[in-house]
Design a protein around this ligand. Structure first.
Ligand code: TXE
Length: 501
């Protein structure tokens, strides 16, 4: 059911048959209790790719029960860390082996570039699984000598059933950076992929089973946010939630926790990240950085540096070079044309949302230096927009647009750049371009953000903690800190009799 008949070669990639469209509960692919399905669409054409089972509260209940049983009675949380690590490594190997299929599936579902998706999204996913596989047998407590005749030690125990709610912009990576540390910790889990992009999570669930991850440890329930997502966030038997998505929904997740069982929640939310380019920067490099920091993945990136501040001494030359460079930027179908830099926005809703922000920018008095128009005969394509004459209080400079829209602004001094960079309710990423070490250090230490890139942007690694501050959320994905979200620390106290030491 719901398979594509299209089998066609694109460079080295073959469009795979779509095999997994049902909910994955307790190791089996099953229909939704209601029998309902929804269509996931190809943003290049708007056509349906597949009908996917639509999970709702009853399905979430079943998935949580499977995860609960696997946690309370199953082998996964009780197995040695090294054994868990071996199985997670096998999962990583299978992801690498099926990288082409995953990349094409993701590109069909989300309008991505398959070669980039293979290298970045699938590469990061496998990297994250390997990293946390290595961490699984290094989860240790501490030993403490207390005041008085007592000693204590701490156990770092798996927290229980994790609810993992993920978005559509990097679905494979998001799946892995939440599932991998949860697995390493010994948790069991229910994943709710985004309704726009359910296919890769189901494909990954099958690979997890092939790798030997026991039934019930990973469950995947595709469905919509207000139904399946909300049921997971407010479930009394879910012990924590890790969420990536919009700030608005992040707020709902916290409310759901407060109203249910006070489960800890971790939120990776929106951003409006600044990129500060100083007058001593290599101009060509700075232009390339601004372009990739804004238009990579069609601007659908939470850390996109959508506020670009350029020092007045180089502003005019920067603007000129940027306009020139954008002439060779190709928007089009990433599955059939290897020259394409930018594919379609993920769906019609996002496409219209981005276009309405572009209209708003024009109405507010900003100037379009390049792009900003819909393009293509069909599908969700937008020419990347660069706005100049942007004032800090304009909506386009304040709100997350999540599309290919860059705001170019000017500054004079270091103090001004820092103040402008921090003048936002978000705090996810930031970029600084300068050759002056003192300026670099000063800005890096003054900018309130979860990650600061100095003379680069977007470089990420499984070992590098990722997550924001302020209204960009809290808690880290990636890095050893991510593991802590899935562990509970238990202090065990025993008397210390007769020992002077
Ligand atoms: O996000 P949602 P949307 C931002 C970005 C984008 C905007 C809207 O600005 O334009 O959000 O995108 C699930 N309870 N980001 O509407 O709704 C939903 O099903 C529980 C930034 O797609 O937040 C999906 O699985 N879950 C971002 C996930 O939340 C709910 C990535 C994200 O969807 C829910 C995506 C509810 N009540 C969007 N409502 C980033 N930080 O990278 C929805 N969901």
């Amino acid at each position: 059911p719901g398979t594509t008949t299209e089998r066609r070669r694109w460079l080295l990639f073959e469009v795979p048959e779509i095999r997994f469209t049902k909910l994955f509960i307790n190791g089996c692919f099953v229909d939704a209790v209601s029998g309902r399905t929804f269509e996931t669409r190809d943003p290049r054409t708007g056509d349906a790719i597949a009908s996917v089972a639509e999970g709702d509260k009853e399905d979430v209940d079943l998935a949580v029960k499977a995860a609960r049983d696997a946690f309370d009675h199953g082998e996964w949380p009780r197995m040695s860390g090294s054994e868990r690590g071996r199985i997670i490594t096998r999962f990583a190997e299978l992801v690498e082996k099926h990288a082409d299929e995953l990349a094409v599936l993701e590109s069909l579902d989300a309008g991505k570039h398959p070669a980039v998706t293979k290298a970045v999204d699938v590469g990061n996913a496998a990297g994250s699984l390997r990293y946390f596989a290595g961490a699984a047998d290094k989860i240790h407590g501490e030993t403490l000598k207390m005041q008085g005749p007592f000693q204590a030690y701490t156990l770092r125990e798996p927290l229980g059933v994790a609810g993992l709610i993920i978005p559509w912009n990097f679905p494979t990576t998001m799946f892995a950076i939440k599932v991998a540390p949860a697995l390493a910790a010994g948790c069991t889990m229910v994943v709710k992929p985004a309704e726009q992009t359910p296919l890769s999570a189901l494909y990954l669930a099958d690979l997890a089973k092939q790798a030997g991850i026991p039934d019930g440890v990973i469950n995947v329930v595709p469905g919509f946010g207000p139904t399946a997502g909300a049921a997971l966030a407010s479930h009394m038997n879910v012990d924590m939630v890790s969420f990536t998505g919009s700030t608005e929904v992040g707020r709902l997740i916290m409310e759901a926790s407060a109203r249910s069982n006070l489960k800890p929640v971790y939120l990776e939310l929106g951003g409006k990240s600044p990129l500060i380019i100083f007058g001593d920067a290599d101009l060509d490099m700075a232009v390339e950085l601004a372009i990739s920091a804004n238009f990579f993945n069609k601007g659908e990136a939470c850390v996109a540096a959508t506020r670009v501040y350029v020092q007045d001494s180089i502003y005019d030359r920067f603007e000129e070079k940027l306009a020139e460079r954008m002439k060779s930027w190709v928007v089009g179908d990433p599955l059939t044309d290897a020259r394409v830099n930018q594919g379609p926005q993920v769906d019609k809703t996002q496409y219209e949302r981005v276009l309405s922000y572009i209209d708003q920018g024009k109405r507010e008095g900003a100037t379009l230096l390049t792009g900003g128009r819909p393009c293509g005969q069909k599908g969700c394509y937008i020419e990347p927009a660069v706005f100049t004459n942007v004032k800090e209080d304009m909506v386009i400079a304040k709100e997350e647009i999540f599309g290919p829209v860059m705001c170019l602004m000017k500054f004079k001094t270091v103090e001004e750049a820092i103040a402008k960079a921090n003048d936002t309710r978000y705090g996810l990423g930031a970029g600084v371009v300068t050759r002056d070490l003192d300026v670099a250090n000063r800005v890096v230490r003054s900018v309130r953000a979860g990650v600061v890139w100095l003379n680069c942007y977007f470089a990420m690694d499984s070992d590098c903690p990722f997550g924001g501050r302020k209204m960009s959320g809290f808690g880290k994905d990636e890095g050893m800190q991510a593991l802590d979200k899935y562990l509970a620390v238990k202090a065990v106290v025993t008397p210390l009799r007769g020992s002077p030491w």
